[in-house]
Design a protein around this ligand. Sequence first.
Ligand SMILES: O=C(O)CCC(=O)C(=O)O
Ligand SMILES: [Fe+2]
Length: 360
Amino acid sequence: MPALTLPPFPDDVPTHDLLVIDYELVKNGDKGETDRLWEAATRLGFWYLKNHGALEEVEAMFDMGAETMRLPMSEKMKYEQGDDGMSFGYKAAGANAVDETGALDTVEFINVSRNDALAWPNKVHRDYPPTVNARMESTVKPFIKKSMEINMTLMDVFNSRLGLPNGTLAARHSVDEPSGCESRVIKNPPRNGASEAKQAIGAHTDFGSLSFLHNKLGGLQVLPPGVTEWKYVKPLPGHAICNVGDTLSLFSGGILRSNLHRVVTPPREQGNYERWSLVFFSRPQYDAELHALTEESQIIADAVARSPDPSKFSTGQTAGAWFKRRIKNQRIANRTGPETWRASRGTEHNELLASQVTAY
Ligand SMILES: O=C(O)CCC(=O)C(=O)O
Ligand SMILES: [Fe+2]
């Protein structure tokens, strides 16, 4: 991407501080740092990650994203993800709802399946635009491999803190199995004169286990527990933003928190610029059953027993079904009314509250 001087994140908008976790320390088993990671993952479910060593891979992915988004719309639409609940491929702006009323999202993105990237030049799920293929080996695969390694290192920390036998979470995230794991490059257009901030991506919890996110402009917001006003997460240069998603929250009986978040027009002057972000989503293999791992861990069994609604940890769904249901019911083409949006929901803790919040 051309080097562009972006306006700084303003200091007069409501912002939520995240803990900064040092990946190198976590990798080396530093007790204080793993304590802080645990605190971040159980209290808010979001944290900054520094020293993750993936900065070069991240920049190359932004280049791949920019090359892809520059393709003619007719070319991009050949790879659209469709309305059947598959996430891999291109998603045009306005293809998803952002809320119950059916307001449209403003982001386009290109999602590449982990399975497809690792199997390249063979295909597991689908074909991709030529701009993706050209960089599959040099850019997409290295980014995905590094992201997986980072997420699995963090997941092993959670595995042990949750009192699970070694490798319990890893066994549900096998690299050889088909899964919804994917990379995503997201582009949101500048505000273009609009006076109101718009929801680019509606309030949601992430569908899978762990998300490894990179952005440069503000716009990401979280609704911290017990708070009714959305707070921006300020991007910090060189830092990733990591968060827990639904499936890890379910496996852990709610000990790990999958927090509501959304993306709106970047604040102030930043809103006049294109906003680019990049995520790698780790998700369990499709056939993993989503329920609290109470038989494998007394800590999780106790957490479920203490929950006011233990039934919510027995979804009766596999990861594949969970993922498909959430994606399919966000698609505007599938919308019949507010019930479609509701059917797309995951573990959102206070959805009613979220839909009442209007402050940007
Ligand atoms: O663009 C961002 O900052 C966040 C994106 C996000 O939440 C998502 O794609 O699930
Ligand atoms: Fe998200």
